[in-house]
Design a protein around this ligand. Structure first.
Ligand code: LMR
Length: 400
């Protein structure tokens, strides 16, 4: 009965790893998926995560019962505080409904399903370009996806005027997806002044902001700094959705741990919203997994572990920034044609190189370098040892 099922294409991001795994070349390099690697090219489990896991294993009172539908209570409280700040008026006024979800994707999807059921406006504006999964998540939840201008390929920076014009002409109440920091894939973020312009536009048109926060602490190395955009919106009295992921900033990729927070206008509304989120979650996956959320809450509630985490985050963010410098220097040393300043200007895990599909295909074929077809490379997958290989490949791609 399934004889007519067509073979589906691989995912544009995760499929890069599938192709990489099949390549027998010893020099192959995976710069596709945004996953942190050490200088030795190895995945990293943070020491603070190992320490938290030790504590969890040694605690014999811990059981493997189902979590409540909304997840671990401590985890939810601490996650909302982490992104909004402990002194946020939204936290102090109990205006936030937070539910534990399956990392960033799951948080976005639960938020989108809630919006499709309970919000009058079903159009969501996402930046152009954006993370490839956004379109699918929102479409499948029943929302209509439109784009707003974001990236200017000429300046390799933000098209703030285009962005404001597009939001300005969006229908009143439309949902707007915003990357809290370290925009994926471009690495281009608004300045604080530009965020303020965006906030004013969103509030004046009664648009609904939905933040995707996948890189808190990973962009600048500071958890506070990377939360500034969200805090501007969450502190102004209006509604706001936030999807948080601990994949990158705690290296908990496979644990699938994240949170959806909805900032409401009153505490009573927040409790009603939470009750409806339960109705979204229960038939979808019943309740979330316990292990990852326990690691996160162990770290967030212990002063020393929290401190240790912030230090490890700084090391990861710092290594990525160093890789930017190394790659930039390597291209300069090769006198590779083009302006490569954006490599050191862009923020977060990715560099949006400006390389086209043909050049990417060439680099994969000739140099066994794997990256997404939009020319995005994960700087977190690069090391001092592999920078020369990448620089040679880019040089050859733009000169042949
Ligand atoms: C990425 O963009 O590489 C990451 O967010 C991983 C993913 O799930 O796509």
């Amino acid at each position: 009965v399934f004889a007519d099922v067509l073979r589906a294409p691989e995912d544009p991001i995760l499929g890069v790893t599938v192709a990489y795994n099949k390549d027998p070349s010893p020099v192959k390099l995976n710069l596709g998926v945004g996953a942190y690697r050490t200088e030795e090219g190895k995945p990293l489990v943070l020491s603070v995560v190992r320490e938290a896991e030790k504590q969890l294993v040694n605690d014999c009172s811990r059981v493997k019962e189902y979590l409540p539908i909304v997840g671990l209570a401590d985890f939810n409280k601490l996650s909302a505080k982490l992104i909004l700040g402990a002194d946020s008026p939204a936290i102090l006024g109990n205006l936030v409904a937070t539910v534990q979800c399956l990392s960033g994707t799951g948080s976005l999807r639960v938020g989108a399903e809630f919006l499709a059921r309970h919000y009058y406006q079903h159009t969501i504006y996402i930046p152009n370009p954006t993370w490839g999964n956004h379109v699918k998540i929102f479409n499948l939840a029943g929302l209509t996806v439109k784009t707003y201008r974001y990236y200017d390929p000429l300046t390799r920076g933000l098209n703030i005027q285009g962005l404001l014009d597009d939001l300005g002409s969006a229908p009143s109440g439309a949902i707007v997806l915003l990357h809290a920091c370290a925009h994926n894939p471009t690495g281009v973020d608004p300045t604080l002044e530009q965020w303020e312009q965006i906030r004013k536009m969103i509030r004046s048109k009664s648009l609904l902001p939905f933040f995707d926060s996948a890189y808190q602490g990973f962009a600048s190395g500071s958890l506070e700094q990377d939360a500034q955009s969200v805090r501007m919106f969450a502190g102004d009295g209006g509604e706001c959705f936030i999807a948080q992921s601990y994949a990158k900033n705690m290296g908990l990729y496979g644990e699938r741990v994240g949170a959806l927070s909805i900032v409401c206008r009153t505490a009573d509304v927040a409790t009603r919203v939470e009750s409806q989120l339960k109705l979204v979650i229960r038939p979808m996956y019943s309740s979330p997994p316990i292990h990852g959320a326990s690691i996160v809450s162990t770290i967030l509630k212990d002063r020393n572990l929290y401190q240790q985490w912030t230090l490890e985050l700084k090391v990861m963010a710092g290594r990525i920034i160093t890789m930017r410098k190394h790659l930039f220097d390597a291209l300069r040393a090769r006198e590779t044609p083009g302006d490569w300043n954006h490599i050191i200007k862009q923020i977060g895990m990715f560099t949006f190189t400006g390389l086209n599909t043909k050049q990417v295909a060439f680099m994969t074929r000739e140099y066994h370098i794997y990256m997404t077809f939009d020319g995005r490379i994960s700087m977190a997958g690069l090391s001092s040892r592999t920078v020369p290989h990448l620089a040679d490949a880019i040089h050859a791609a733009v000169t042949t």
